[in-house]
Design a protein around this ligand. Structure first.
Ligand SMILES: *Cc1c(COP(=O)(O)O)cnc(C)c1O
Length: 372
């Protein structure tokens, strides 16, 4: 049996008949950049998350860059974020010229620890970027409360968490929020794409300018922007996929529950530490099912040998990345993030994963630890 870490072809097979005619129409129209498909997707995502505005852009990374620019973050400013996330979160902060200031995570959720986030705020802090890792919101109520008290705006990086809910509110409805449509995300396009949601009319207006070179009316550039537009082709694909997202999310949740149940058996439950759902996470959308294991590299190799894919998100916390050497951090600065980086393993999880495949994955893990 083969169980790839990700199986995009399996998903495509289920929607091919819906997608192909739309792509052909788009080819006939030759309208590729922004346009009616993008407008429609923006309205649909805004409605889906419960935000007044959604602004499409070229990637999830650009979404963070544009959000920070809309907040006026730039050189000399500090932005507090987590070191246990995909590189782009901190990369975007550095790209706008600001300095990433890291604060450690809660070990149970892998998300930014609100108390540590508050302790990292200083006189130069111009924003907080919280990340909803693996499909579960950060403790947004706590973080937004701290931010309100300290008068610091918050960007929520929900690249992995479209549809996730925190105390009943969707990611995207609580603060300036960024999404990615990279193919491996829960709503993935046929290439790169991103979106920003906001409740603030002025922020939305600025974001719409920033993604087209700061243009306010034809050939008038009110501010310095960039080229970061969403393609019509991506929007057309994403609109079709969005109609399936809730059913796919339910399938992810079902498969996550199945892993949890079968890994909790005697002999295995003391070795493999299961992901925890925070009590405030009212909807976990499981972009990843991430466990902690001993001897991770040995297990990964054994799984690979038996045809089971897996992934490590993320092996190097961002404060230890070579490009951030100049920030002056050292090993030991963020022990929870460093421990997580050494222990985490994401198991195959997608709506098309079969019960047989899952049973095989768990059997392979059990036999590696002599628990099978
Ligand atoms: C994927 C991802 C991004 C970047 O999105 P791209 O569309 O790949 O640029 C940013 N943050 C997190 C947490 C991500 O998972």
């Amino acid at each position: 049996m083969r169980v790839p870490a990700l199986d995009l072809k399996a998903q495509y097979a289920t929607i091919r008949d819906e997608i192909e005619p739309v792509l052909l129409e788009l080819c006939a129209s030759q309208g590729f950049v922004l346009g009616p498909e993008v407008d429609a997707l923006e309205r649909e995502i805004a409605a889906y998350v419960g935000a007044p505005h959604a602004i499409g852009c070229a990637s999830g990374t650009d979404a963070i860059v544009l959000a920070l620019r809309a907040l006026g973050v730039g050189p000399g400013d500090e932005v507090v974020t987590t070191p246990f996330t995909f590189f782009a979160t901190a990369g975007a902060i550095a790209l706008v010229g600001a300095r990433p200031v890291f604060a450690d995570i809660e070990p149970s959720s892998f998300n930014l620890d609100p108390a540590r986030c508050e302790a990292a705020l200083g006189p130069r802090t111009r924003a907080i970027v919280a990340v909803d890792l693996f499909g579960q919101c950060a403790d947004m109520r706590a973080i937004l409360e701290i931010a309100r008290r300290r008068r610091v705006p918050v960007v929520e990086d929900a690249a992995q968490s479209l549809g996730a809910e925190h105390r009943g509110a969707r990611a995207g409805a609580m603060t300036l929020t960024t999404f990615s449509f990279y193919p491996s995300k829960n709503l993935g396009g046929f290439g790169d794409g991103g979106m920003i949601t906001t409740a603030d009319d002025e922020q939305a207006r600025v974001l719409r300018q920033l993604r087209v070179h700061g243009e306010s009316s034809r050939y008038v550039h009110e501010r310095l922007g960039q080229n970061s537009r969403l393609d019509a082709l991506q929007a057309a694909v994403l609109r079709i996929k969005l109609r399936h997202l809730d059913e796919w999310t339910a399938a992810r949740q079902e498969r996550a529950a199945r892993y949890t149940e079968s890994i909790a058996r005697p002999g295995l439950r003391d070795v493999v530490r299961l992901p925890r759902v925070s009590e405030h996470a009212t909807r976990h959308v499981y972009n990843q099912y991430t466990v902690r294991v001993p001897d991770r590299e040995g297990l990964r190799a054994a799984l690979a040998e038996r045809g089971v894919g897996s992934a490590v998100y993320y092996p190097i916390p961002l404060h230890l990345q070579p490009c951030f050497r100049d920030l002056g951090y050292a090993a030991g600065d963020f022990p929870e993030s460093e421990r997580a980086a050494g222990e985490v393993l994401s198991l195959p999880l997608y709506p098309e994963l079969t019960a047989e495949q899952q049973a095989y994955v768990v059997d392979c893990i059990a036999s590696y630890y002599g628990a099978g």
